[in-house]
Design a binder for this molecule. Structure first.
Ligand SMILES: NC(=O)c1ccc[n+]([C@@H]2O[C@H](COP(=O)([O-])OP(=O)(O)OC[C@H]3O[C@@H](n4cnc5c(N)ncnc54)[C@H](O)[C@@H]3O)[C@@H](O)[C@H]2O)c1
Ligand SMILES: [Zn+2]
Ligand SMILES: [Zn+2]
Length: 344
């Protein structure tokens, strides 16, 4: 089969590889129907993910059809249509039992990082009962493509904010993850959502999809004044940092009101500075890290009920044989590119 391999920093190659086989009784082999490229894949290729293994097949965002399952897999059978979780987790260890599946003692971000991922024709998924979610008939592969990664990340980012009905939630970055955070914050009951981006075309997407109440380009407008006006001078009740740019961590804690929650979903390529003396008395709560993508069934249900819809994120399509071109194009984020659907 064809598979895209991370060879070394800055080096990827589409190679022929043997089909994956079951390694354990909990595994499933899945035919990849559609996959997508995540900004985190680009972080691997640029060499900023120390845990990534050289030689691994990239990709962790996909939907597919079950081809075979091990004897321990209880809830899935060949032919089932599934969305995949970007994380591998056992469901039994202390972290899994507490919902912290990203920190599973036997998993975490494995697919496309430490074990072969989905930028291939087929992929082996460990702990298949945990990591794969069956799709109802009325939810198409495209409808569910982002469930296990960016939609989970947006949902998790909003959950970290513990949104209360009167809250003004500011979301930094209207990229795919920021847009998913906006729709999640809305479903979770935010009173007002403020979308920030330095790219007007992305703000326009958020506006067109009705994902926020205010759309601000901090390069062009007085962001602090706008947020202070919206919050009677308090600052944002919570902030989701989904941009990951050099200055956006600082922006996140500066626009937050005292005692706010700042949820950092973005993955930085550089260390960030937390100036504790300067923010003494602001009593902020920071939450950060890799998504705990443990709500996939709920997200599929919300898609089924038309409460969440991520279809508009697919702006470009490529064939697996052209995936290197797709990576190059995704890196430029030009031509209104939000997400790419890669089909076999
Ligand atoms: N925590 C997780 O588990 C997890 C999961 C998926 C993705 N991510 C990370 O989330 C981040 C966002 O992903 P994405 O795919 O949406 O990325 P993206 O690069 O497409 O979007 C980031 C957006 O931030 C905007 N931006 C840049 N500088 C800004 C500024 N100063 N003010 C406001 N906006 C600004 C950009 O214009 C862009 O639209 C990435 O760092 C990605 O690696 C994390
Ligand atoms: Zn990802
Ligand atoms: Zn576990």
């Amino acid at each position: 089969m064809k598979a895209l391999v991370y060879k070394d920093v800055g080096e990827i190659e589409l190679i022929e590889k043997p089909l994956p086989v079951l390694h354990s009784e909990n595994d499933a082999i899945v035919k990849v129907e559609i996959s997508s490229i995540c900004t985190s894949d680009l972080h691997i290729v640029r060499g900023f993910v120390p845990r990534a293994q050289k030689g691994v097949v990239l990709g962790h965002e996909f939907v597919g059809t079950i081809m075979s399952v091990g004897s321990g897999v209880k809830n899935l059978k060949p032919g089932d249509r599934v969305s995949a979780n970007c994380e591998t987790f056992c469901g039994e260890c202390w972290f899994c039992r507490h919902g912290f599946v990203n920190n599973c003692e036997k998993g975490g971000w494995e697919l496309g990082c430490r074990i072969d991922g989905c930028h291939a024709e087929y992929v082996r998924v460990p702990y298949a009962d945990m990591g794969l979610t069956k799709l109802p008939e009325d939810v198409s592969f495209e409808n569910a493509l982002f469930v296990g990664d960016i939609l989970s990340s947006g949902w998790w980012g909003a959950e970290l904010c513990e949104i209360k009905p009167e809250d003004v939630v500011v979301i930094i970055g209207a990229g795919p993850v920021g847009l998913c955070s906006m729709m999640s914050a809305k479903v979770q009951g935010a009173s007002k959502i403020v979308a920030l981006d330095v790219d007007d075309t992305r703000l326009e997407v958020a506006r067109k999809q009705n994902l926020a109440d205010y759309f601000v380009n901090p390069k062009k407008e007085d962001l602090y004044q706008i947020i202070m006006n919206l919050t009677q001078g308090r600052g944002a009740d919570s902030v989701i940092e989904a941009a990951g740019a050099d200055d956006t961590f600082e922006l996140a804690y500066k626009i937050a009101r005292p005692n706010a929650i700042v949820a950092v979903v973005a993955m930085y390529e550089k260390n960030q500075i937390l100036p504790l003396p300067e923010m003494y008395g602001k009593n902020l709560i920071f939450k950060t890290g890799g998504v705990d993508a443990s709500k996939c069934s709920e997200l599929v249900n919300l898609i089924f009920e038309n409460k969440l819809n991520t279809d508009f994120l697919i702006t470009h399509r490529y064939k697996l044989e052209d995936i290197i071109k797709a990576y190059e194009f995704f890196e430029t984020k030009s031509n209104g590119c939000l997400k790419i659907a890669v089909t076999n």
